[in-house]
Design a protein around this ligand. Structure first.
Ligand code: PEP
Length: 254
């Protein structure tokens, strides 16, 4: 049975280190019980160092929410992927819609992916349309996002990338605003088709996740009927009991 992947994106939360360690402790002490799930926690940069000291030896992984496209140098305020690996994190989210809303382009995401991979990080690449239309323009948008973000990235390096499909219109809403599982499945097939056209059929193993208002109530249907490899979870990952419930449900899906 393939392990499901459940990722927590804490975004710019919580507001102090005590709350961050408390939340992390609850997840780290319980998530490893569910051995069919790979759990990845992505806290704000400022907590990575402290949390990585707490998690050594545990079975969950840490990730950052962004990284810069240069290794080092005069880039005030930016974080190098090498600094992230140095803290013990193995993953980085790139191209999240929150960052794209601040001006990040596919070209920037592409540069960031290349540097992150050369620093030894695995990448969680976020893609997703802001709205849907009847003419299928959103499909062309997704295709372009994938092609431009992965430009020049070898098939070998694609194996270090997890794709998180996150329709922007479904992010941060209540559970009944999540995408319908049947549509998630359609999008998963579409993304795999685009990847196959860029590379070849061997990339059909690429992990595809869904993100957007997922929670304990829709985890089962999104993963089972959407046939995705897991979920990228935003606001529900800030409540330890909800996030652990998502992991437990994912663990039970055959
Ligand atoms: C996200 O922003 O990556 C996300 C999935 O958020 P939420 O679960 O809150 O919709």
């Amino acid at each position: 049975m393939k392990k499901k992947i459940i990722i927590a994106n804490w975004k710019m939360n919580p507001l102090d280190i005590d709350a961050a360690t408390e939340l992390f402790k609850k997840i780290k002490n319980n998530a490893p019980k569910f051995s069919n799930v790979k759990t990845i926690i992505c806290p704000p940069f400022v907590y990575l160092g402290e949390l990585s000291l707490m998690y050594s030896g545990s079975k969950i992984s840490l990730g950052a929410q962004d990284s810069f496209w240069e290794n080092n140098g005069s880039f005030t305020g930016e974080i190098s992927p090498y600094q992230i690996t140095d803290l013990g994190a193995d993953y980085v989210i790139l191209g999240h819609s929150d960052r794209r809303a601040l001006g990040e382009t596919n070209e920037i995401v592409n540069k960031k992916i290349k540097t992150a991979i050369s620093a030894g990080l695995n990448v969680i690449l976020c893609i997703g349309e802001s709205e849907r239309d009847d003419d299928g323009e959103y499909l062309r948008f997704i295709e372009e996002e994938i092609k431009e973000s992965l430009k020049g990235i070898s098939k070998n390096n694609l194996s270090k990338i997890i794709i998180a499909y996150e329709p922007i219109w479904a992010i941060g809403k209540s559970k009944n605003k999540a995408m319908k599982p049947a549509n998630v499945y359609e999008m998963k097939l579409f993304i795999l088709k685009v990847l196959k056209n860029i590379y070849d059929a061997s990339v059909m193993e690429t992990k595809i996740l869904y993100g957007g208002s997922s929670g304990p109530e829709n985890t089962e249907s999104l993963i089972k009927e959407g046939e995705v490899d897991g979920l990228l979870v935003g606001h529900e990952s800030l409540i330890a009991s909800h996030f652990l419930e998502i992991i437990k449900i994912a663990d039970g899906i055959k």
